[in-house]
Ligand binder design. Structure first.
Ligand code: UT7
Length: 328
């Protein structure tokens, strides 16, 4: 069909929060954080810097590398659990900031699986009779705004960032699509192991909800860890079993960057440790931005060539998960 990735971009806020900084905030240590997660530092947005600000900067970087203007986009999808506000959606705010023309704009909330959910959705819309020609898919998170900075079990894990991918349908039936195969799924029975309980219609903001720290991330760490490894490995195995290409053609495996131990466990079970890309030590868990950051780092450092295959895989609150085999 001719739907290709023509640009990637990323943005991370200037301020770095190191493990040494966290040692001064909660009862933790660099040794504990590194040995349990692999994380050494994460970027934290300024108080006045919003999710849409970061998303727009990542989008502009992707537009530049793609060599196209924002006013040629037909579709903007933003994945985030930290929208600027409940409505309007963050995609419309980004649309305005980057100077895009009127087009379809909506947000996706699939937590850390959001970028892959967004790429699946955009591909479906572009391949449909609706024939959208150019799509911008962004994963952007200001997780520092929903992290409880007094809770050592979660505050050491997360960082802020945004990443963008631009898709274009060149209309040439000879051009292979970027989308080689995909798995997208969720299981709502695990919704309570990772959530932000307050701030929605179930528990609107109140003095009590604020006093009880209910507007922050609550996570059952060990259970999330176990489900993460299981869902990511199963999703990858499904794609590997269905793949019609030799497995050597998969140049990179990009798992969601939540924790080095989760990444290693997935890599070991797939038996592809040398092809697994990881950068969690520099960013922490940036939720839906994480896979896009990896893709952009590989793209800009010349480590992706036309025809390479990249196996991306993610899991997140919901529990959601997705794997996408990308043809570069
Ligand atoms: O994108 C999806 C989001 N989430 C994830 O991917 C997270 C998945 N889970 C994990 O990555 C791991 O479960 C954690 C890194 C969160 C925790 O590692 P763990 O090995 O599962 O530790 P634990 O929760 O079993 O806690 C072990 C101990 C506890 O102390 P006690 O009860 O054994 O005395 C915790 O209180 O470590 C303690 N602890 C800490 N100690 C120092 C928890 N957080 C910290 C900390 N510093 N920051």
């Amino acid at each position: 069909m001719g739907i290709r990735i023509i640009g990637t971009g990323r943005y991370t806020p200037e301020r770095l929060l190191t493990n040494a900084d966290l040692e001064k905030m909660v009862d933790t240590s660099d040794e504990w954080i590194v040995s349990r997660t692999g994380i050494k530092e994460r970027h934290i947005a300024r108080p006045d810097e919003t999710t849409s600000d970061m998303a727009a900067k990542a989008a502009e970087a992707a537009l530049e590398i793609a060599g196209i203007n924002a006013d040629t986009l037909d579709l903007i999808i933003v994945s985030t659990v930290t929208p600027d506000m409940p409505f309007p959606n963050t995609a419309t705010i980004v649309q305005k900031k980057i100077g895009a023309a009127p087009c379809v704009c909506f947000d996706i909330e699939a937590a850390c699986s959001g970028l892959l959910y967004g790429l699946n959705t955009a591909y479906g819309m572009m391949a449909s009779p609706l024939k959208y020609k150019r799509a911008l898919v962004i994963g952007a998170e200001k997780l520092s705004s929903i992290v409880d900075w007094t809770d050592r079990s979660t505050c050491v894990l997360f960082g802020d960032a945004a990443a963008a991918v631009i898709l274009e349908n060149d209309g040439d039936p000879e051009t292979p699509d970027f989308y080689a195969d995909g798995v997208v799924s969720a299981n709502g029975n695990y919704g309570d192991i990772l959530q932000m309980p307050a701030g929605g219609s179930a528990m609107p903001a109140s003095h009590e909800s604020v006093d009880n720290h209910l507007h922050f991330i609550k996570m059952g760490g060990p259970k999330t860890f176990q489900l993460a490894v299981h869902s990511m490995v199963e999703a990858c195995r499904t794609l590997i079993e269905r793949a019609t290409i030799p497995l050597e053609k998969i140049r990179w495996v990009i798992p969601h960057q939540a924790n080095w131990r989760i990444i290693s466990a997935v890599a070991a079970r797939l038996d592809m440790p040398e092809r697994v890309y990881q950068n969690v030590e520099r960013y922490g868990n940036t939720s839906s931005a994480s896979i896009g950051i990896c893709l952009d780092e590989l793209n800009r450092s010349g480590q992706l060539e036309k025809g390479d295959y990249v196996l991306t895989v993610s899991f997140g609150a919901g529990l959601t998960w997705s794997a996408l085999l990308i043809r570069w």
